[in-house]
Each structure stands twice: as C-alpha cells, then as structure tokens.
Design a protein around this ligand. Sequence first.
Ligand SMILES: *Cc1c(COP(=O)(O)O)cnc(C)c1O
Length: 454
Amino acid sequence: MKQKKFILPESEIPTAWFNIQAVMPNKPLPILHPGTRQPLSAEDLYPIFCEECSNQELDTTNEWIPIPEEVREQYAAYRCTPLVRAYDLEKALGTPAHIYFKNESVSPAGSHKLNSALAQAYYAKKQGITNITTETGAGQWGGALSYAAKKFGIDCAVYMVKASYNQKPYRRSIMQTFDAAITPSPSMSTRAGKDILTVNPNDQGSLGTAISEAIELAVSTPNCKYTLGSVLNHVCLHQTVIGLEAEKQMAMAGEYPDIVIACFGGGSNFSGIAYPFMRHNIQDGKKTRFIAAEPSSCPKLTRGKFEYDFGDEAGLTPLLPMYTIGHTFKPATIHAGGLRYHGAGVIMSQLMKDGFMEAQDYDQTETFKAGVLFARTEGIIPAPESCHAIAATIKEALKCKETGEEKVILFNLSGHGFVDMAAYDSYFSGEMTNYELTDEELAKYQASADALNQ
Ligand SMILES: *Cc1c(COP(=O)(O)O)cnc(C)c1O
C-alpha cells in the first residue's frame, strides 16, 4: 500500500517558531507613527498588544523564538497535524505532479488560526491580563480566540460585524460555546460605535468599525489587550509551526516541494507554510516557488501598490509598509470572508517586492469548482478561503500535465468548510457571482493610500 498520511508524534511539535525577519536580505521597512512619521518601538505598541507579542513584532534579530511549554501542551490537542498525499486528486487531474497538503482543518477551531490564538492568549495571561478583545468578520478568528482564552482562563470579548452576527449564527454559537462575550458592531459600548449609530441607527457594520471598537475597549480598560488574527508579524511567526512540521513530514515522504501554495488574506497561513521552506531559498540556494492565492475581488498582491497605508478603515493603526489597495477599500461580499482584507502583512510585502514569492488571483466560482473536486476526491470539504489554494494547486498541477513534469506541490489546507455550507449552497444553485474590481474602483481606493505617501 502506498503511504498516504505522514504523521509526527506530539514529541515532534516544534520547540521554536522561525522568525524570517532575522534572515531576510532586506528587512521590512519600519512601521511609522501616523502623526510624527517616526518608527515605532515595541514599547509604543504596549498599550494595545501584550508585551511579548509587541517585542516579537519588531524582532529582526532572533531567528528562533522558543515556544513556551504551556503553548506546546495546548498545541498537543491537535498537533502535529497530518501531511497528506492527495493521490485521488492527482488521479482525477491526470497529472504527473505529486500533490501534498498540510491539514490545518483538524484543529478544534477548524482552521490554522488557533496556532496564534493560543500563543496570544498565553502571553496575555502570563502578563496578568484578564480580558482580551478582538473583532471578527466571518467569525473564524473570534472562534479560535474564544477557545484559546477559555483554555488559559481569561475572558474574551469579541466585536462581530453586525451583518455577520445576524447572517452567520453558527460561528456566533461556536464563540458562545467557548464562553466569549459577543457584541454586534457597531455598538453603543464605545465612542466609535456611538458615533456611527447616531448618524445611522441601522448601520450593519464593517471590519474597520469592529477593529476601532475592539481597540478602543483595549486601550480604555485596565488589564485588557487587543489581539489580531492575521497580517501582523507576530501572528505570522506563530503560524510557522505549520511549515516546520511539514518540512519534517516531506522528508518522511522522501520529497521536497518545488511549489508551496497557500490562500492569502492578510498572509498568516501563507507565512506559516512558506517561511520554513523559504529559509532554504534564502540560505541554501533552493529554488522553491511560493504562490499566494487571493480572490480577484480583493487583489492586493496582484494589483495593489507597495506603499504606506493604515491597517484599518478608520485610520487608527500605525502606518504599515505593504501591498495595499487602499484602507478605504470596500470589499464585495464574497464567501471567502477571511480573504477580504485590503493589505498584505509587512513581511510578505517586502518578500513580494524582493521576488521571493508570487501571487495569483482567482474568481470565486473557480475556487468553489476546485473545492468541490477536492472534496469529491480527498473527502474533506474545504473552507471557501482554502478553496483558493486548491484552485492554484490544480492550475499548477495541470501545467505539469502539459509539460510532463513530475513537480512536487505542497499546499496548506487552512480550514474546513463545515460552517460555510451556505456558500456551497449558493455555488450549487448557480446563484454565485464573481466580482472583479474595475480599474476605476481600484484607482479610487488606492488614492486613500497614495495620499499618505506624498
Ligand atoms: C482567516 C482565514 C484565512 C485567511 O487568513 P490568513 O491570515 O491570510 O491566513 C484563510 N483560511 C482560513 C480557513 C481562515 O480562517
């Protein structure tokens, strides 16, 4: 029998995260205070994030950051995650390529997000923080953080975009199951929420508003810190357990990837699977290609510009040097809610600029077609976000079919789609549509970032 799954025991859970900042030929540009335009120090971030995360954010020297034992113990509930050879998908495609996927959908939260949620909750607890807060759109990050907070015995307050709160009751129920306090945003509990509701009492909210509310709560409440589930350097750092395990598992399979693929929202699961392999491109002359798969409706890497921009719609965050389509961007309501962010993380942006990675964009219907083929061959229903990685994998595997090349392709299955079956319904009913950003729309949003760079 051919070996399908490559399984590592709990003792092989990595003991350190890989910090790619330490080995990048060009370090990321500094993040700037929006008023003074001076680079921020870790201390400047302490009012918002817990100290250890703030320090990790700006650490450009330590290549390996030890994973606390308490976090490894929590990882053991679902790590090491399996690496799987997708023989049936290969067969259906008729490709000579060898396709592998790292299955992060086996976590209790159903996605990779728990890898950072557990670390962030642990560091908050260790610092004496009693309450962590965040925003959530589709609900994946909120769900992961609720579980992590529960595990470390701290409270979790989630601002959930009002439209999702009403339309996506199941993710709300997941957060409730893990005992989080969930507030539909905009709310009357913050200045930011009140300002919006007094103008429009029916405002259905946005991720930008929810971020503003969560940050306001964190800076105005003692022993309360804000957390974020993507984009930031420390979040991407925590995700490197994915690629570090995958590296060992690929070796068990006797292979090394020619191509590594992940879907791309803010870039955390991409970083997680990619950086441990990318270090061998940087240090050992390996030639692996790294492909970020993003939606055509939110094309920050394929059509955005590298410049300073705010991380949020309201303009409360520091200025971040990143590929962006502009912080005022209003994304279409595609089903891959986790990919609707206007910018790419600072590290990925620098790596993209320096040619270490590439990006491809996919229409929503094409991604579901890919996801359905994956489900019918490999038996796992992928999250709408993960469907983008599968679409890119299929595209590369079909290229191999044309050229006859036996390339090794590794992709990250960032999550399962059990809470997203409404999206599959929409696909099967034929009602699903695609949204392509016009050049005019792009120029309009981009202007909001351009204005900060003059
Ligand atoms: C949040 C999410 C993403 C996108 O976030 P990244 O930070 O880009 O990884 C992708 N897949 C799933 C399942 C998610 O929940």
